[in-house]
Ligand binder design. Sequence first.
Ligand SMILES: Cc1ncc(COP(=O)(O)O)c(C=O)c1O
Length: 392
Amino acid sequence: MPDSLNFIDEILHDLKSSGLYNDIKVIESAQGAWVVIGGQKKLNLCSNNYLNLANDPRLRQAAMDAISEFGVGPAAVRSIAGTMSLHAGLDKQVAEFKRVEAALTLQSGFMANLAVIAALVGKDDTIVSDELNHASIIDGARLSRAEIKVYKHNDPDSLESVLKGVNTGRVLVITDGVFSMDGDIAKLPQIVAIAKRYGAMTMVDDAHGEGVLGENGRGIVDHFHLHGQVDVEVGTFSKAIGTIGGFAAGSARLIEYLKQRARPFLFSSALTPPDVAATAKAIEILTASGEPVERLWGNARYFKTGMSSLGFDIGKSETPITPVMLGEAEVAGEMSRRLFQRGVFATKIGFPTVAKGKARIRAMISASHTRDDLDFALEAFAAVAKEMGVIQ
Ligand SMILES: Cc1ncc(COP(=O)(O)O)c(C=O)c1O
């Protein structure tokens, strides 16, 4: 009898032979500058834990206190019985932090994109999306059944020429705030101005901008002083905030509408009490001090300058995300393996996360790294790249 799952073996075989197979490492310690893998300490250049909050004692304490008071589970979707005072409090706190009228927390950034996009547009409408937008935006757009038109990466002229050709239904322009694989920042002022001229709604996914851009890490809208001009900001707590969860932020009427229409809000259970309490503590910490964000940027500048002087191509990043451009997936994979042997955990990124021929190692710099850590990483990159002939 033919095996109906044979296609899986073929695909897995192809991934392995083309260097695109994802070998997932198991981390045996808490997140931080160094992690334990296979019983050995490795310098962590992979995580999105930008501000080192994922294992911060204040967040841990907040989570434990919430467990003592509220238990571990939300017990329902928020609209039925899962909105605790904790969740309502976090919605309000996020809105204040983002300097918008209202916010709604959801289970993840991915869910937030699915929730918002499919609520704002439907089959008679159009989405105009940057060609390098995150997978969760692409999936949210597909789910909405709206027509999807793509503009050239971060190119306002291309956005305008696409918008010129759209004349029916609602139109939603969507961009990542900071592009996750390249680290460049969306030209949001121009994007918003053009969208307004064509009567389109605007949405920015600020996943890599939170905790990184703007005053005390308030994100891209704050960075460009565009408060009140972007219709919806989507974000995640899973990166700089150090926890898990996502949110949508904007006007009070937008959030009221999402509470009635956003399907992941209506049909999937809420974040757990410890998630919510730890997230609230992280936002409280950020509101009180910009020091962790400054430390992050200091580290990023130091590492990026070091990599450029060694002769690496680090793309066009404007943020702590540092793509080390290597071209072929095999080269990126081999470099990642050799770095790992030297004590540096830096995974390769290949197709389909980035285009074919644009494989890279994405080094994620965080506030947790010391100068010694960064020097250790620079020495390892230099040694491995010289062995492989990637730099002279
Ligand atoms: C731009 C962007 N949006 C959304 C997400 C998803 O966020 P979460 O991990 O909270 O689902 C990510 C995470 O990789 C991201 O980079």
